[in-house]
Design a protein around this ligand. Structure first.
Ligand code: 1QQ
Length: 411
């Protein structure tokens, strides 16, 4: 039997590439101000920099997705502090690694809320983590902005929960339509999804509905786990049914390995990947066999808005490539906090507000604004979900070296 393909880029390499992103390990808290012995009350007024919590996956396989979010938040911290912060007061990110599971996300949230005393949180990386961690912030009345939570039901977790990541319902159908443009003869569709992950369950429902709405035949639905590395059985089952399109809802590591094994088994048709494929780190998993995969996106580096051009330049200067969707979304989440905090400060000086009141005011304010972001102009529904105008589809193009690649916009 063939040896299953596994994740081929160890995380320390990703850390080395993204230098600043990995910090000193699990807790890269940069808040030197808090002294729990003297500052345990949330009723004390805030002084010094405004602390924004970042709870993303820095370790585990989910770091393939979380690292880029962290880079985006860091870029926003510099960008907005260079422009005066919150009417003269700088912001400071406090980073807590969530790892890839629910327990890690809960821990990170509790630390940010109770020890670090942040005004609001960006994160966690996965919807699966959000459904466990967000209720904790909601009960503590601490605002959360999901920068990469796309499952159905995220803003409904509670009145302190919102997101800048458009839901799967509006993003996912675009890639299937692009596949039909690429090959109008598609008839037989096989769908795969990771059944132990909330986002993937949510996304596959949308994909399966779109398949039927387009009058295509759903020939099989194959389930797997995000922890799987060997996909020979489900892949063979599906390929025996001769699909001419395969749609995969998985995370980067498992989804990338599944694509690789489908190609190794001889599948030549189009593959659509879901939002879990939305990271250039996927190239380290499926390498040349990622080539051609279609992925819908909520961000395009080509968006011509001024703030996007500035992000693109700053990112390019540092990393010599285009920012990824998750980078732009995390940047946007920090931007929403910054602009909403400025608006709160205009009404009442935030340095005079007790932390609990500042959190509540920030929560009310952030969904009232319109924001000109790298994702385009965004606003929020009264139910705190994102209103975003533009969506895109990209095709993965692997470089000649076979190890890296680009997301090339599909028109
Ligand atoms: C979610 C997602 C992930 C793929 C984000 C990285 O969309 O968990 O909601």
């Amino acid at each position: 039997m063939k040896k299953p393909a596994t994740l081929t880029t160890p995380l320390f390499i990703i850390c080395a590439v993204l230098l600043t992103a990995c910090g000193g390990g699990a807790n890269t808290n940069t808040n030197e101000k808090t002294n729990p012995a003297t500052n345990t009350s949330t009723t004390t007024s805030t002084s010094g920099p405004i602390l924004i919590g970042i709870a993303l996956a820095q370790t585990s396989n989910v770091a393939l997705l979380g690292q880029e979010g962290f880079v985006g938040a860091k870029m926003a911290e510099k960008y907005f502090n260079d422009r005066g912060g919150i009417n003269g007061t700088p912001i400071k990110l406090v980073m807590q690694d969530t790892g890839g599971d629910e327990a890690g996300a809960i821990n990170a949230f509790q630390t940010l809320i109770n020890k670090d005393k942040v005004v609001g949180i960006v994160g966690p990386t996965l919807s699966q983590q959000a459904f466990s961690a967000d209720p904790i912030a909601d009960r503590a009345k601490v605002p959360v902005i999901g920068a990469s939570n796309t499952a159905k039901g995220i803003p409904e977790i509670g009145e302190y929960v919102s997101r800048v990541s458009a839901p799967v319902s509006v993003v996912a159908p675009n890639s299937l339509k692009a596949a039909l443009k690429l090959n109008p003869k598609i008839k037989r569709v096989a769908v795969f999804y990771a059944q132990n992950d909330a986002f993937n369950k949510s996304e596959t429902e949308i994909f399966q509905k779109t398949v039927k709405d387009q009058g295509l035949e759903l020939v099989t639905v194959q389930k797997f786990q995000t922890t799987d590395t060997d996909f020979q059985a489900p892949a063979t089952n599906a390929l025996n049914l001769k699909p001419d399109l395969i749609i995969v809802s998985g995370l980067a590591a498992d989804g990338g390995n599944l694509v690789r094994q489908l190609r190794e088994l001889g599948y030549k048709g189009i593959i659509v990947g879901g939002n879990g494929f939305n990271t250039p780190n996927i190239f380290s998993v499926c390498k040349a066999l990622c080539d051609g995969v279609l992925v819908a996106q909520a961000y395009s580096p080509e968006y011509p808005g001024k703030i996007n051009l500035e992000l693109r330049k700053a990112y390019f200067d540092q990393y010599k490539k285009e920012p990824a969707q998750l980078t732009a979304q995390s940047f946007t989440a920090v931007q929403v906090y910054v602009e909403a905090l400025k608006a709160v400060d205009k009404k009442t000086k935030i340095s005079t507000l007790p932390l609990n009141q500042l959190r509540t005011e920030l929560n009310k304010q952030r969904i009232l604004g319109k924001y000109d972001t790298p994702l385009g102009e965004i606003s929020f529904t009264p139910g705190r979900d994102l209103v975003q105008k533009e969506f895109y589809v990209s095709q993965l193009k692997v470089d000649k070296d076979g190890n890296n690649g680009k997301f090339v916009s599909f028109k």
